[in-house]
Design a protein around this ligand. Sequence first.
Ligand code: PLP
Length: 421
Amino acid sequence: MLRTPLLRLATTFRGQISPARLRSALANANKILEAELQSIKGAGTWKNERIITSKQGPHITVQGSREDTLNFCANNYLGLSSHPEVIAAGIAALRDYGAGLSSVRFICGTQDLHKNLEQKIAEFHQRDDAILYASCFDANAGIFEVLLTPEDAILSDELNHASIIDGIRLCKANKYRYRHLDLTDLESKLKEAQKHRLRLIVTDGVFSMDGDIAPLKEICDLAEKYNALVFIDECHATGFMGPTGRGTDELLGVMDRVAIINSTLGKALGGAAGGYTVGPQALIDLLRQRSRPYLFSNTLPPPVVGCATKALELLMASAEIAQSMAAKTKRFRSEMQAAGFKIGGADHPICPVMLGDARLASLMADDMLKKGIYVIGFSYPVVPKGKARIRVQISAAHSNEDIDRCVDSFREVGRKHGVVS
Ligand code: PLP
């Protein structure tokens, strides 16, 4: 990363920069970066990547660990990542449509496959139309600057996902940040924002670090009172929240009151990659004309589209998959609480085991892996300082035995570290 631009610079200015000056610039940059790396290690927040040598699923193999490891930290909520029909659809799309388009959508990167998936997404969410992106990060980066100008206002929950925060940074609207889930603060910001042309309230449907759910009904009431639109990020809700898995808006009875949804294909919907915006026709049409991550990035590869399309078809054919995980989530949460652990959030398969200390979270996660349970410690800057945790995620593909084994291991590791007695 560091060498390439600097070496390119040296080539561009050949003759103007001496090799000795380049070496000195590199050494200076390296010193700064090394100090930063050491400070991360010193704070106990270094993130090691573990290497999985199998397909994604509840049972995986991890390089250097025991044969059968139980995975409790994937966003594979419905177990569709390695579902045989999803894999078969991906293979069929690869065979019939190729590996990729070597193009962005508007040049020669749109196949009937993409249009079909966009239509299915719109149908699933019961909205006018949908537009695909390479990721939901891109969808969040690309929407706000298209929709909002300096005449408008954006009101954003302080704990919204990093990609929303980055998307908001790119847009020139007036920015109001309200306290997490705080309706009183949101209302006072809405009052302040009455002077602007448009108001957009932006919130995660489910917050990914705590598994807590936005009070969408009350947010929609305020939106209507103060003439604002509501946008939700449904990455941790699409496919399994609500009676038919449509999301938090379905769960809370506000499907017809939330204007815009961004979500991912990289979690419950097959887990491959991709994101989308679904909402009013005029907005989707404008995004196709103006949204920078859409216009200037390659189209989604056909196998990825094939997998996501099949995942949606499975969900739309039966509500059974969407409903399959609530009982498992309840089992894990109540057994862990009975064992003395503090679990954040409520009724969501994101079950953060709250520990506070970053090093403790990391050591406990390592000990869990030794027992064949793959979980990860989350610490600053992913979560606020002092709020480190191990985020456990339940999947419909976990059996009751898997869940019990996970809880037993937590009990043993928690005792070893003095977290529970
Ligand atoms: N929004 C939220 C709430 C997320 O949790 C994530 C992924 O971690 C994203 C957006 C980005 O999604 P993607 O992985 O499709 O870029």
